[in-house]
Design a protein around this ligand. Structure first.
Ligand code: ASP
Length: 461
């Protein structure tokens, strides 16, 4: 492998470096359609895209230059910088619980070297201990890197491997599981894992970070410490997400895997429990339960792993003016299941009705969810809803669209019989459908307003 490839360059980025005879750590002048730059070519992380060259400018800033805009690169010398996270042996204490951290990628898997700006992964127990020594106060940690991808690249093959490895770790006697994951699609993975791994005896805690650990405002360490604590000491034996709480860095929230969603593209406090209240608040000293209806930690090793998955399923996000040809095309392309995210209580326009009828008659399973995210599909309220149900659309109660989507993938991986599909879809496994949505879920536990902070402080006391 060339030096550039070893330093994370692939595809077009790699080709452009090679074409101009320069490499990582070259001090270069770059001519591009965006202008003239002078700086040091930095390594890239494994999960970075293929289209950019990253330069550290003399000002200290890093810039990404699109490889296809570069017309010339001239080398003026080389300034190699080596960076290593101080690695210290992770101490083992037989009295402490054993936790495994599975890495899948995302921002939490990378760390930026202050000096060079290079993004490098910090992952081995020794590196993690070197950077977040608090972890050793909580457990004996082992790590296993399963993938190194940004989370938009997670899909069925990764879900299946992850579920199987978690099953094996549980069988081997582990006390808790943590999954490092990109935040963007963490709620998809959390939801599918709740279906693929049923009744786990120990906590399975997903964690990520919105800001990488080089930034002073990074949430990486606090999220990781709390996730490891939830896995090692927590009593909630469910798939859950541990992410930064409302506004301070005091605590994280534990969210149920089927009720959580990323709600802000850059804010650290991006995860929200939807249609319910979170499971718990957690800080390095305390886990404060907010509810008591969860599945508890057990000492047995019984867990059901079912990795069924049908990939020909889609989400149709309805918009006013949608044409029936979209639906027809999906049926023609062999899609077996469609989750519609409808407006209001679960609506689509009249012109779609005939196409819906033809699709369900052709054996396509169509379920209705709501774009509002909070609240239930209610198709009995208006005549139009009743008509759509007559055409074979099944209301999916208060399942979130992404949750209904992954559940339908999982269900159709097991059966195609409409009655069985319906039965599996509408029988809650892990609170993906709840009897009611609490008023204080929508109004109180969403954070970021001072009154809410005060309310939470009162509970914490
Ligand atoms: N794009 C990243 C991902 O989801 C963001 C993150 O890790 O938070 O993989």
């Amino acid at each position: 492998m060339s030096d550039n490839a070893q330093n994370g360059y692939r595809g077009l980025g790699l080709a452009v470096l090679e074409q101009h005879g320069v490499s990582v750590w070259s001090d270069v002048e770059v001519e591009s359609a965006r202008g003239h730059f002078r700086g040091l070519i930095l390594p890239r992380s494994e999960t970075a895209d293929e289209r950019h060259i990253v330069l550290k400018l003399d000002s200290g800033y890093n810039v990404g230059i699109a490889a296809d805009t570069i017309t010339a690169m001239t080398e003026h010398g080389r300034r190699e910088a080596h960076y290593k996270i101080p690695e210290k042996e992770f101490p083992r204490d037989p009295a402490k619980p054993n936790v495994v951290l599975f890495g899948t990628g995302g921002t939490i898997a990378s760390r930026l070297d202050y000096r060079t700006g290079a993004v490098i992964p910090a992952f081995s127990p020794g590196e993690l201990y070197g950077s977040v020594p608090e972890l050793a106060d909580i457990c004996n940690l082992q790590t296993e890197k399963l993938f190194g991808v940004f989370s938009e690249n997670m899909a069925a093959p990764q879900y299946i491997t992850l579920a199987q490895r978690i099953g094996e770790a549980i069988a081997s006697g582990i006390d808790g599981v943590v999954i490092g994951h990109g935040t963007d699609t963490m709620h998809h993975t959390a939801a599918i894992l709740t279906f693929m791994i049923q009744d786990p005896p120990v906590p399975i805690v997903m964690v990520g970070s919105q800001r990488s650990s080089d930034r002073p405002s990074s949430d990486a360490a606090i999220n990781l410490i709390n996730a490891v604590k939830a896995a090692a000491e927590g009593d909630i034996a469910e798939v859950q997400v541990c992410m930064f709480g409302p506004t301070s860095d005091e605590y994280c929230l534990l969210h149920r895997g089927t009720r959580v969603r990323k709600m802000h593209s850059s804010y650290r406090s991006t995860f929200r429990t939807i249609g319910d209240i979170p499971l718990a608040m957690i800080d390095p000293h305390k886990i404060t339960l907010l509810r008591d209806d969860f599945k508890r930690r057990r000492s047995d090793r019984n867990v059901k792993i079912n990795t069924a998955f049908e990939e020909k399923v889609t989400i149709l996000y309805y918009y006013p003016g949608m044409q029936p040809d979209i639906l027809e095309a999906l049926v023609e392309m062999g899609y077996r299941g469609i989750i519609i995210a409808g407006t209001g209580l679960g609506h689509v326009n009249k012109p779609l009705y005939d196409a819906v009828g033809r699709a369900t008659a052709a054996g396509v399973h169509i379920y209705m969810t709501v774009q509002t995210l909070w609240g239930y599909v209610q198709m009995y309220v208006y005549e139009t809803g009743r008509e759509l149900m007559g055409l074979g659309i099944v209301p999916a109660a208060n399942m979130l669209p992404e949750v209904a989507f992954v559940k339908l993938c999982w269900v159709l991986g097991q059966t195609d019989e409409p009655e069985k599909v319906r039965d599996l879809m509408l029988t809650p496994i892990s609170d993906e459908i709840t009897d009611r949505e609490p008023y204080n879920g929508y109004l109180v536990f969403q954070g970021a307003v001072p009154e809410v902070q005060e309310f939470l402080r009162q509970i914490k006391r």
